[in-house]
Structure formats: C-alpha cells, structure tokens
Write a protein that binds this ligand. Sequence first.
Ligand code: MLC
Ligand code: AMP
Length: 504
Amino acid sequence: MANPLYDALFGRHEGRQTPFLLLDDGKTVTHAEFLAQAARFAGEVTALGLEPGDRLAAQVAKSPDALAVYAACAQAGVIFLPLNTAYTPSEVSYFVEDSGAKLFLCDPSSEAALAPVAEAAGATLRTLGSKGEGSFAEAAASRPPEFPTVERQPDDLAAFLYTSGTTGRSKGAMLTQANLLSNAEVLKDYWRFTEDDVLLHALPIFHTHGLFVATNIMLLVGGPMIFLPRFDADAVIRWLPMATSMMGVPTFYTRLLDDPRLTRDLVAHMRLFISGSAPLLADTHRQWEARTGHRILERYGMTETNMNTSNPYDGDRRAGTVGFPLPGVELKVTDPVTGAELPNGEIGMIEVRGPNVFKGYWQMPDKTREELRENGFFITGDLGMIDADGYVHIVGRGKDLIISGGYNVYPKEIELLIDEQDGVLESAIIGVPHPDFGEAVLAVVVRNPGAETSAEALGAALSGKLARFKQPKRIVFVEELPRNTMGKVQKNILRKDYEAAFKG
Ligand code: MLC
Ligand code: AMP
C-alpha cells in the first residue's frame, strides 16, 4: 500500500546497512537499524490506540530515537507534532490541548511536571529519553521490528508545527505529505545533494529547518548525517572535516567566525554551507568567504511553506539576498493594503504559492482566510522586493516578530505576561541588534505611578512561564511609551533608542 512520505523518505532504505546517523560518541545508526526502531515505535503508537490522523505531540531531546518518532508517525499515518524543548509546561499545555494530541511523549526528567498537562488535555503521557530509556522506548522494545505501513494520500496531513501569532495565540500549521515531499525533492536537486554527501546536523529537530529541510533531504538521497545534540562549536569543529555540507542559522556562522580554529584547511573538504531562518548579515557572508573560501548559500523559508527561495548553487550567491523562487514556487510582491502586485524594485508584502504551501491553521478558519488567499497565495508577513536581476531581498517584517538565534518570538505574548504583573502599567517588547543572536528581546516597561517594580522581580516573574529564549535579555523602565496620533506604540522609535543596547 502506498504512503508517499514514508515510502520516499524511509521505506526506500529497507534492508540498507548503510550509515544514517553518525553520533558524537562515535556510534553509528544504520538505515536498517533506524527503520527497525521506527517500526517498533509505530507498533507501540498503534497499541496505545492512535489511529491515522490522530496527533502525537513530542517534547523530547534530540536523539536518534526522537527522529525515529517522526518516521513512526509517517509509517502509522499519525500526525507528528514536535515541540521546542525550551518550552515550559505552561506553554506546552496549550499545544497539547489545542492539537487534541492523543499521545504526548516527554523526557523522563519532565514527567512529573508534565503529567498534569497531559491529564488536563486528556492525552496519554509516555516518556522517551535520549539514551533509549523511558516508558515509551521500553514498551516499544518488545514490538516487532517491522510494521505494516499505513496507506496515505499526498494530501493527508503529516505534521503540525505551531507558529506564534501576532495576537499571542499560537497557530498549528497543517503540513501535508505532499508539502514536505515536494519541497525536499526540489531542494535536493537545487542544492545538488547526493548519496555521497555527509551533512553536519547541529540544528534542533522540532522546527522546519532541522527536521524537514535537513533531514528530509538526507533521507531522500540516502547519505549520512553527523547528528549532534545541539550546536557546540567544539563538536562542530571536530566533525567539520568529515562533512561535505552544513545547514545553520546565522548564529552558527558568527560563532564559528569567532573561533580561531575555523580555517580554510578545516573546511577544505566541504561542498556547501547553507544559511537560513533569520537574515544573514552581508558582512558575515563576506567574512566567511574571506576566511574559508566558501560563499554561504542563503535561502528563505518559513514554517507554513517550507522553503520558498534560494540563492543559486552554480550562479552568483549574493550576500544580503535570499535568491530566486524555487522551481514550482511562485513569488510576488504586493501592496500590503490592496494586495495588488507591485513591479520589481518596489518594496511590499511577499506572497508565495506552490505545492509547498500548507493547508491552513488547525481549527482556525478565520486566521487561515486572513493569511491564505483563495487563489492559493500565502501572505508571508515578510516585506521584500525583487531586484532587476530577479533576486529576492527581505527588507523587513510586516508582522511584529523578533527572530533571536533563529527562534521566533512574538512580542504580544510577552507583553501580555508583563502587563499582568503588579506595578506594571504597560510594556513594549522589541527586537534589537545582538552580536550573537542577531536580534535579542528587550522589554520597555512603564510602571504604575508610585510602583517600584524592579527588572529582577519582573524577570523572575517571567521565568517558569516563558521559554528562556523568549525572556527579555534586558528590561528598561521609561515614563511613557512613544505613541502616534492613533495611539499606537511606535516601536520603530524604541528600536532606534535602544539599538546599541547590546553593542560592545
Ligand atoms: C538559547 N538562548 C537563547 C537562544 N538560544 N536566547 C535567545 N535566542 C536564542 N536562539 C538562551 C539560553 O537559554 C541561555 O540562557 C543563553 O541564551 C545562552 O545559551 P547558549 O548555550 O549560548 O545557547 P545555545 O544552546 O548555544 O543555543 C543557541 C543556538 C540555538 C543559536 C545554537 O538557539 C539554536 O540552535 N537555534 C536554531 C533555531 C532553529 O533551528 N531555527 C529554525 C526555525 S525554522 P540563560 O539565561 O539560561 O543563560 C524556520 C524556517 C526556516 O525559521 O526558514 O528555516
Ligand atoms: P518560522 O515561523 O520560524 O518558520 O520563521 C519564518 C520567518 O523567518 C520568515 O517569515 C522570515 O521572517 C524569517 N526568515 C527565514 N529565512 C530567512 C532569511 N534567509 N532571511 C531573512 N529572514 C528569514
């Protein structure tokens, strides 16, 4: 029976004793071993009562087993919902409840904290650790290493990835099998990946970049990944000579540039460096080339669409641009108010259409209608322009969004929490330049008259409620927030006032 995603990414490797995951401790997981583990997991997921179309939420550390959960979901026809390991239980509870997940996998160390979350959502809780421990892995160990793959159609849902919204409520982007597969096929060819490639994988596997872009391409071509639990400059430098390619957020590149061990010799054997998820400074692009002789290939994508544009493999990889629309992807720049298409050279809203574009937001038909036009164009929220040579430039964001080290942070979510605190009248959350994370979160707060709330007290109130990467790296107090004649807070003025907050 056919299951396009499982067959193309996983089923094709049946019986292959070839290396798939090269681990930092020197161990290797072969394709065949990986598939056997995925099949055991699919058996266990099914035994726990999940049926095709049900959701499985997982907040587990990056490991071969964590990746096998993705494969198991594909094989059992279950919708995979990976969650950022930095999320606190109160953040996680929304995702588990909203998605109606039937099974929730968490790390054994978080079981006590997450048991009430699972219970409130009516989800079964099982644990999965990064070293093969946990109740889910233990029960799965006695399941057979084969599983009858469930039939699926290209339009069936494969994954939900939650993306925060400008109103503060996260939206579950529904991605189909065809969304994921079509994009991986295009990228594999565009970036010339083959079985001979070895990809250095130091990204998290709960977001589009590390999960779909990196992993799906390598599964399609059948080459191995050096599978590091996180970005650690020492480990990356140790493994780079064994790799042919690396994908990273700009922070990977700036951190490596800060390390004297990054030399031309170290990366002589590399074929391709790819950057995305956040803007790569043109300066970083140039420094990287001067130091290593490689021109980073920058591409542009998002949770709802996977990848939309890319600099060319053979042609000119231009710093400060995200290249051309990928084959099969239509991209236009429109007037943000009227939606009318603008001529090249003019700045407007970027809209995209193609087989990569998601189906809509889970149980949010109004939000879906606002952002996904009936004619199939998705309104990205990114402002850009197409230059005379056809290169797409991202020049800003129409949405109030901060991207810190490749993670999205929506100001509204933090403002709502700060405004709830005693002694706070109002607040504005802005993103300001940061040497390591590109942008960092800064809170500008107005106290109630007479209140003495301190930055420490506010910071403490947020910890435990918000993932650390969302917590302001600095909190400043002001008498009042700048507003325009309509009463709207002028964040552009605040961004200017605090642009040097993290410099030097
Ligand atoms: C960690 N911290 C962050 C942070 N990551 N703060 C702000 N922004 C971040 N991104 C916090 C830590 O909790 C810690 O806080 C302090 O900062 C320093 O931590 P660190 O040890 O230096 O961080 P590290 O673990 O090295 O992580 C940094 C990073 C990581 C950049 C390697 O954030 C990362 O892997 N980012 C990749 C994100 C990603 O995959 N994005 C793709 C989205 S998909 P404290 O206070 O405890 O010291 C997408 C679509 C597309 O966007 O186009 O690809
Ligand atoms: P996410 O919602 O996490 O998928 O983040 C997607 C957003 O990241 C996009 O809408 C862009 O704002 C941003 N992004 C991704 N790649 C790039 C890039 N190469 N340059 C600038 N912004 C990018």
